[in-house]
Design a protein. Structure first.
Length: 353
């Protein structure tokens, strides 16, 4: 009989609970509740202390609603899973502490799940064939990672950001352009109205002379792109009128870079599936560009819907199904960590092929 897992996610500014059952290759989503903290828009970014307090208020009713939506009772749950890394420590502690209390009270197994591994599993909740082997591009506000996924639990880190994550670059550029937080959807909307020839920004860490094995072959860097936008805004005679064109130029540069690096990885490892994950995977322009670039390889691109691209407990539950089957069990010593390597992750270098 397949297990049924109650999962919790509180790594940043979404309080989420979900009931997931089945197996890693065939997860079944029974319920998903996500409560986003809109208060952070006032400050133009997430305030950690406020996030922690909001999680404290929301975690119990959100969990109860997830059970109700699934039509389940506590006795129907086989294990409790919770994000324990990486993220804002105070926010994570709320989820971890509550999960430990539930596991102790209900006498159920407890599993700590890595947030980024959750993003690897998210798309499979909607697309049954989004399973290994595949190339994964994980792009969020805090992370940009290019990962070869040979099997669940066997991950090769090919490249990552050396400074700003893709989502962070979107948010910071949006602020430069006078757009609200979070900035991704506002930039994408404006970019659709922009003239692609009005501005052109450099494609960071992307040039024809790069060869496999070079340190920058898969890595990305977006701080220089952000600076290029700042300089263009300052030099513009009509910054307000140029906003759509600047948004278009920024988005084109970032997406072209991400797509090129991802296609390099898919080609090098012979993958015919590419999986997108993380909040930036909501960007339809990115998904469309990736699909166009993957077509000559005969590769299929899978992107989650916004509900599963954002931070959510369903992806944590899906990852927990795999870890539960592998025998993972965590006890009262489980703790929250702001940064922790993804389990099963091998960092790529020129001498590991």
């Amino acid at each position: 009989m397949s297990p049924r897992i109650l999962a919790l996610e509180s790594s940043c500014d979404e309080t989420s609970a979900s009931v997931v059952s089945g197996s890693a290759d065939a997860p079944r989503l029974e319920s998903l509740v996500i409560l986003s903290q809109d208060v952070h828009r006032i400050f133009g970014g997430v305030v950690p202390e406020i996030a922690s307090r909001e999680h404290l208020t929301a975690v119990v009713p959100v969990t109860q609603q997830a059970l109700t939506d699934a039509g389940r009772q506590w006795d129907d749950i086989d294990a409790i899973a919770v994000t324990h890394a990486p993220g804002l420590v105070g926010a994570l502690l709320v989820g971890v502490s509550y999960a430990k209390s539930l596991a102790l009270m209900l006498r159920k197994p407890l599993l700590g799940i890595h947030h980024m591994e959750g993003h690897l599993f998210a798309t499979s909740l909607e697309h049954p064939t989004a399973t290994p082997p595949f190339t994964a591009l994980l792009v969020s506000g805090g992370h940009t990672m290019l990962v070869d996924v040979a099997a669940w639990g066997a991950y090769r880190l090919l490249g990552e950001t050396r400074d700003d994550a893709a989502g962070e670059a979107f948010d910071k550029t949006a602020k430069l352009l006078g757009l609200p937080y979070p900035g991704g959807r506002h930039i994408e909307r404006l970019a659709a109205e922009g003239d692609p020839t009005r501005f052109r920004f450099p494609r960071p860490m992307l040039h024809g002379g790069q060869r496999e094995g070079d340190p920058d072959y898969y890595d990305v860097s977006f701080s220089g792109l952000k600076t290029a936008v700042l300089l263009a805004v300052r030099a513009s005679d009509d910054p307000a009128g140029d906003t759509p064109h600047l948004a278009r130029a920024f988005q084109d540069a970032l997406i072209e870079t991400l797509v090129a690096k991802t296609i390099r990885a898919a080609r090098a490892y012979g993958r015919d599936r590419i999986v997108l994950g993380g909040g930036v995977a909501c960007n339809r322009t990115l998904a469309a560009a990736m699909a166009d670039a993957a077509r000559p390889l005969g590769a299929t691109v899978f992107a989650p819907t916004p509900r599963l691209a954002t931070d959510n407990a369903a992806m944590i539950g899906a990852a927990a199904l795999f870890r539960f089957a592998q025998g993972q069990r965590d006890g009262a010593a489980l703790n929250a960590h702001s940064g922790l390597p993804m389990p099963g992750l091998l960092v790529e270098s020129s001498d590991t092929r």
